[in-house]
Design a protein around this ligand. Structure first.
Ligand SMILES: O=c1ccn([C@@H]2O[C@H](COP(=O)(O)OP(=O)(O)O[C@H]3OC[C@@H](O)[C@H](O)[C@H]3O)[C@@H](O)[C@H]2O)c(=O)[nH]1
Length: 358
């Protein structure tokens, strides 16, 4: 009895203990399952975080690339000043894709004006102004100034005229028409007249037969520099940015009579040949050919009027300008070599009866 009772007591105690043990075990189990669950989640989260940071690592350089690309899209133009409505002018440049015209386009665009270039691409080239195409202040019209053009502008720079001897002699009637009818078509605003003297610089036509382009091309290509006559005839050459500044100063002045724009620093053609040969570092010879017909023996602009009335005078030293032109011609030769076209300097001018003036 006692033992049965004892047994019952013990078993009662045991049962309670068992229950307690079972309860603890259950709790431990739940806790461990929960723990595992939480652990798994944190492993998973950790994993996700790691993947995310890996992706981030890979994507960041791409994002940077996109930012750069976006920047290059919005900054693809040379910097342009902001001008208020009252200072901003609508300016038409005929021959604006040519040698001088394209440099003038650059200046007026960078000064913040609205520029319309009109060119028939007879001697001008789209490449000379392509860096402005699409700019909100810029417009390019393929048009021949011999035909009338109806647009409203504040100023017109009329530079459309074939200026290289082989070009204007190739089609003299067309040249005359451009200079007469073309000019008449552009009249209607107050007029300023610039007498432009020998000018050189980047974007000169490579093979238009003029002395600077001929000598640079010949020196770069290792061919003889062709001096017509003894080379003692003189010329004075201005760098294109000086001319452009003079044109703008004249346009904005009240001087309505013709003004000479040129550089009075005079050199013989032989000196030019030697200087260009040295600057290029070329081993070319200097070759003396027969004198060109009616070749003026001396030309030097008198720029007193421009100095006095416009406060203008050329500032770019000859060597500095020549180096820029040489750099441009070198690049052009590389570009054209890639395009399988090697320009040759034009041969001596032999045509008779050419009238010369600047
Ligand atoms: O290869 C050459 C080219 C030219 N020359 C000489 O260099 C001098 C300058 O010749 P350019 O053709 O460059 O310039 P020019 O001053 O003769 O003509 C310039 O002024 C007159 C305008 O009608 C022309 O449009 C303009 O180019 C001339 O004495 C010419 O005979 C050479 O000795 N070798």
């Amino acid at each position: 009895m006692v033992s049965k009772a004892l047994l019952r007591l013990v078993s009662a105690v045991n049962r309670r203990r068992m229950k307690l043990l079972l309860g603890i075990a259950l709790l431990a189990y739940v806790a461990s399952v929960w723990g595992n669950f939480v652990n798994m989640r944190s492993i998973q989260e950790n994993g996700e975080l790691k993947i995310e940071s890996k992706i981030e690592e890979m994507v960041e350089p791409l994002r940077e690339k996109i930012r750069d690309l976006e920047k290059s899209f919005t900054q693809k133009y040379p910097p342009v000043k902001f001008l208020s409505e009252k200072d901003r002018k609508r300016i038409l440049i005929t021959g604006g894709a040519g040698f001088v015209g394209s440099h003038l386009t650059d200046k007026l665009m960078m000064d913040g004006h609205e520029v319309t270039v009109v060119d028939n691409f007879f001697t001008g080239r789209k490449r000379n102004v392509e860096h402005w195409i699409g700019h909100e202040n810029f417009e390019l019209i393929n048009h021949d100034v011999v035909e009338p053009l109806y647009i409203e502008v504040d100023q017109i720079y009329h530079l459309a005229s074939p200026a290289s001897p082989p070009n204007y002699m190739y089609n003299p009637i067309k040249t005359l028409k451009t200079n007469t009818i073309g000019t008449l078509n552009m009249l209607g605003v107050e007029v300023r007249v610039a007498r432009i003297f020998n000018t050189f610089g980047p974007r000169m036509h490579m093979n238009d037969g003029r002395v600077v382009s001929n000598f640079i091309l010949q020196a770069l290509q290792g061919e003889p520099l062709t001096v017509y006559g003894s080379g003692s005839q003189t010329r004075a050459f201005q760098y294109v940015s000086d001319l452009v500044n003079g044109l703008v100063a004249l346009m904005n002045s009240n001087v309505s009579s013709p003004v000479n724009l040129g550089n009075p620093e005079e050199h013989t053609i032989l000196e030019f040949a030697q200087l260009i040969k040295n600057l290029v570092g070329s081993g070319s010879e200097i070759q003396f050919l027969s004198e060109a017909q009616d070749d003026p023996q001396k030309r030097k602009p008198d720029i007193k009027k421009a100095k006095l009335m416009l406060g203008w005078e050329p500032v770019v030293p000859l060597e500095e300008g020549l180096n820029k032109a040489i750099h441009y011609f070198r690049k052009e030769l590389e570009y054209q070599a890639n395009n399988q076209y090697i320009p040759k300097p034009k041969p001596a001018r032999i045509k008779k009866g050419r009238t010369r003036h600047s």
